[in-house]
Write a protein that binds this ligand. Structure first.
Ligand code: ADP
Length: 657
C-alpha cells in the first residue's frame, strides 16, 4: 500500500523532453502498441539489476524474491498497469531518468522522428518510457528503490510538467499506471484496444515472449456454479473466477530446440535483449552436452555500435547459469577482435557468485571461449562464401576489428587472413579477399601488390602505379589507416609477399617477361645499364640535394610522370609517416629514394644541362624542383616553398626570354 507524505512538487520538463512528448502525443498514431514492449523491457532490465545486485547483497530481495512482471487491465478505471519487483528508483533517480532526461539520444531522436515518422526508432534511442504517452493521457509511476525506505510517486499528463512526491510504500520495484486514451481503448479495433486482456496477451506473445522473467496477468471470467454432474445450479449467482496466467514463454530462447525457433523469434529476442533495432546479420545457437555443457546464443550484428572502437567500449558476452543471469560483459570469453559479437552463454558449471577476477583464470571459460571463437570465425567464413553481398555490407562495420586482430597478434594471422577484404584496382566497386587476388595473379607474379593512401582517388593518382596500370597488374588499395600496419604481421599470404608499390624493390620481371616474351633479359639489362650509365649524373643530383634523399635512381615504374619517391624496402613508409604525424606521434622518417623517368622529356634536359654545360647551379635548381615535385605528389609539405617558387620562376624566365 502506498501513502502520500504531502511534499508534492510540480516540475517542468526540459525543452527537449517537452518536444519529444509533444511528438509522441500528437504525431505518432501507428504502431502504438510498441509502448508495451518498451515498458516491459524496462521492467526486465530493472529485474536484471536487482537480481545482479542481490548476488553480492544477500539481504536485498528479502521475502520478495520471486522476480516477475505483472500486468493488470482495469476496464472500469480505464487503466493498464505494468508492475515489477525490480530495482526501482529513488527520488533522485526518477528525477534524473524520467523527469529531466538529459540524454544525448533525446535530441537525436526528436530530429530523426521529425524526418521519418518511424516509430521503431523509439527503442533505438532509449526513450522508451515516453512512448507510454502514445496510449495514455496520464501516466503515473509508483516506485521504490531496493535500497530506499521511501517510495516515489510521479505523475504527468504529458504536457509541460510533472509532479513528484515522496510516499510510503511497502513494495519494492516500479508500477506504471497508464490512464488510457479513448482511442487506445477502441473495442472496434481489437489490435488497438489496450483495455482488452487478449490484446495484451497477444502483444506479449508477439513482442515480449522471450523476456526471461514471467509476465503474469489475472484473467477474470464469470462462471455460474455447477453441480456434481456439471449442470448449472438454477438460481445460483455467477461468480468471478480469476485465472493467473503467465503470458510469455519462460523457457529461455537459448534453451529451446533450434528447430522450434523462427528467425523472427531470434530477432524479437535480439532487439530487446541487446537493444539493437537493426536486424542481425547472423545468429549462432549452440547447445552442447558432454564434458563441457553449455548453451550459447551469439549474434553478428549488422551495424556496429558507434562506440565500438572507443577505449572503454563495454564489449562482452553475458553469462548465465541454468538460465539465471550472472554477469554482463564478460570480457574474457572472446578475443578483442570479436568485440562486435553480442550474445550470451549459459552453463550449469558457472558459479552464481563468480567474480571477474576468478573468471580470468577459469579454465572452463577458456575452453568455452575457444569453442565460441571457432564457431564465430566459421560462421563468418560461411557468410563470406555463401552470402557475399551481406558480408560486404557488414564489412565496413566490423572489418577494422578483424584487421586489428591480425595487427595485434601474429598468432591471429592464420585465423583471420581469409576473412579480410580489400578494395582493388581490379574492380573499384567490389572488394576482394587475398585468396581471390592470388587466384587471379598471372603466372610468374611472385608478390601481392598494394598501394596505401588515404583514399582511392589519391591512390589512383600515384605515379608509382604507372607500370602496374600499363601491365594490367592488380593492386590492392589499402585505404584503412590500419591496412599498411597490418603487413607487420601479415607479411605474406600463402608464400606471396605483400609488397608496397612505393617500396624500392619489387619483382615484376617474370611477369613482364610473360608479357613481352623474350624481352625480359634485355629489359633488365637496360635498367641495370641505365643506372650504371648515368651513375655520375645520378650521384651528382644526389649530392646537390644535400642529403635530402638516400639515393637517386632511374625508374622502372614511371611511365608518364617525371619523378616519384620510393621508400627503402623496410622501415616506415610515406603513408605510415603521414598517418603517425596525423595522430601527433613523431614517426621515424621514411627514407626517400628519388626515381627519375628516363623516358620523360625532362630527362634529356637534365642530361643536357649536366653534360654540356656542366653547370652545377642550374642542375641544382632542376634537381630541387624535381625533388619538390616529388614531395608535392606524395602529399608532403614543401620544406621551402619560397625557394621552390623562385627556382621555378628563374627557369621559366630563362625558357621564355
Ligand atoms: P531506456 O530504458 O532506454 O534507458 P527509458 O526512457 O525507457 O529509456 O527509461 C529511462 C530510465 O528510467 C531507464 O534507463 C531506467 O533507469 C529508468 N526506468 C524506466 N523504467 C524502469 C523500471 N521499470 N524500473 C526501474 N527503472 C526504470
Amino acid at each position: 500500500m502506498s501513502k502520500k507524505t504531502g511534499n508534492k512538487k510540480v516540475c517542468s520538463f526540459q525543452a527537449e523532453t517537452k518536444e519529444l512528448l509533444n511528438l509522441m502525443i500528437n504525431s505518432l498514431y501507428t504502431h502504438r502498441e510498441i509502448f508495451l514492449r518498451e515498458l516491459i523491457s524496462n521492467s526486465s532490465d530493472a529485474l536484471d539489476k536487482v537480481y545482479f545486485q542481490s548476488l553480492t547483497d544477500h539481504e536485498l530481495l528479502g521475502d520478495d524474491h520471486e522476480l516477475k512482471i505483472e500486468i493488470d487491465v482495469n476496464k472500469d478505471n480505464k487503466t493498464l498497469t505494468i508492475s515489477d519487483n525490480g530495482i526501482g528508483m529513488t527520488y533522485d533517480e526518477v528525477t534524473e531518468n524520467i523527469g529531466t532526461i538529459a540524454k544525448s539520444g533525446t535530441k537525436a531522436f526528436v530530429d530523426k522522428l521529425k524526418e521519418t515518422d518511424e516509430v521503431d526508432l523509439i527503442g533505438k534511442f532509449g526513450v522508451g518510457f515516453y512512448s507510454s504517452f502514445m496510449a495514455a493521457n496520464k501516466v503515473e509511476i509508483i516506485t521504490r528503490s531496493a535500497k530506499a525506505e521511501k517510495g516515489v510517486r510521479w505523475e504527468s499528463e504529458g504536457d509541460g510538467s510533472y509532479t513528484i512526491e515522496e510516499i510510503e510504500t511497502d513494495n519494492r520495484g516500479t508500477k506504471i499506471i497508464l490512464y488510457l486514451k479513448e482511442e487506445a481503448m477502441d473495442s472496434t479495433n481489437p489490435e488497438e484496444d489496450f483495455s482488452n486482456q487478449y490484446t495484451i496477451q497477444n502483444l506479449i506473445k508477439k513482442h515480449s515472449n522471450y523476456i526471461s522473467y514471467p509476465i503474469h496477468m489475472d484473467f477474470y471470467r464469470e462462471e455460474t456454479p455447477r453441480d456434481k454432474e456439471g449442470k448449472t445450479i438454477e438460481g445460483a449467482e455467477s461468480e468471478t473466477i480469476i485465472d493467473n496466467k503467465v503470458l510469455n514463454s519462460i523457457t529461455p530462447i537459448w534453451k529451446k530446440n533450434k528447430k522450434d525457433i523462427t528467425n523472427d523469434d531470434y530477432f524479437q529476442f535480439y532487439k530487446h535483449h541487446f537493444h539493437d533495432w537493426n536486424e542481425f546479420a547472423d545468429v549462432i545457437h549452440l547447445n552442447l552436452e558432454g564434458t563441457i555443457e553449455f548453451s550459447a546464443l551469439l549474434f553478428i550484428p549488422a551495424k556496429a555500435p558507434s562506440d565500438l572502437y572507443d577505449r572503454d567500449f563495454s564489449k562482452g558476452i553475458q553469462l548465465y547459469s541454468n538460465s539465471v543471469f550472472i554477469m554482463n560483459d564478460c570480457k574474457d570469453l572472446l578475443p578483442d577482435h570479436l568485440r562486435f559479437v553480442r550474445g550470451l552463454v549459459d552453463s550449469p558449471d558457472f558459479s552464481l557468485n563468480i567474480s571477474r577476477e576468478i573468471l580470468q583464470h577459469d579454465t572452463q571459460l577458456k575452453v568455452i571461449g575457444k569453442n565460441l571463437e571457432k564457431k564465430i570465425l566459421d560462421t563468418l567464413k560461411k557468410l563470406l562464401k555463401n552470402s557475399r553481398e551481406k558480408y560486404e555490407e557488414i564489412w565496413p562495420e566490423f572489418g577494422k576489428s578483424l584487421k586489428g586482430g591480425i595487427y595485434m597478434e601474429y598468432k591471429n594471422k592464420e585465423k583471420l587472413e581469409d576473412l579480410i577484404l580489400f578494395n582493388t584496382s581490379k574492380d573499384e566497386l567490389k572488394m576482394t579477399t587475398l585468396n581471390e587476388y592470388v587466384e587471379r595473379m598471372p603466372e610468374g607474379q611472385k608478390e601481392i601488390y598494394y598501394a596505401a593512401a588515404k583514399d582511392i582517388d589519391t591512390i589512383k593518382r600515384m605515379p608509382q602505379l604507372e607500370i602496374f596500370k600499363e601491365k594490367n597488374i592488380e593492386v590492392l588499395y589499402f585505404i584503412d589507416k590500419i591496412d599498411e600496419f597490418l603487413t607487420q604481421n601479415l607479411d605474406k599470404y600463402k608464400d606471396f609477399k605483400l609488397q608496397s608499390v612505393t617500396r624500392e624493390d619489387f619483382n615484376l620481371d617474370d611477369v613482364l617477361k610473360q608479357d613481352e616474351k623474350g624481352k625480359k633479359d634485355e629489359n633488365e639489362k637496360v635498367d641495370e645499364d641505365k643506372n650504371n650509365d648515368y651513375k655520375d649524373l645520378l650521384d651528382a643530383i644526389k649530392d646537390l640535394l644535400e642529403g635530402k634523399v638516400k639515393e637517386v635512381k632511374i625508374s622502372k615504374r614511371l611511365k608518364s610522370s617525371p619523378v616519384c619517391f620510393v621508400n627503402s624496402n623496410s622501415g616506415t613508409s610515406f603513408n605510415m609517416e603521414q598517418l603517425l604525424k596525423g595522430v601527433n606521434q613523431v614517426p621515424a622518417q621514411a627514407s626517400k629514394i628519388l626515381e627519375i623517368n628516363p623516358d620523360h622529356a625532362i630527362f634529356s634536359v637534365i642530361e643536357k644541362v649536366y653534360k654540356e654545360k656542366n653547370n652545377n647551379k642550374e642542375l641544382k635548381n632542376i634537381s630541387e624542383i624535381l625533388y619538390n615535385q616529388a614531395l608535392l605528389i606524395e602529399g608532403f609539405e614543401l620544406e621551402n616553398p619560397l625557394e621552390f617558387s623562385n627556382n621555378l620562376c628563374e627557369l621559366m624566365t630563362k625558357a621564355y626570354n
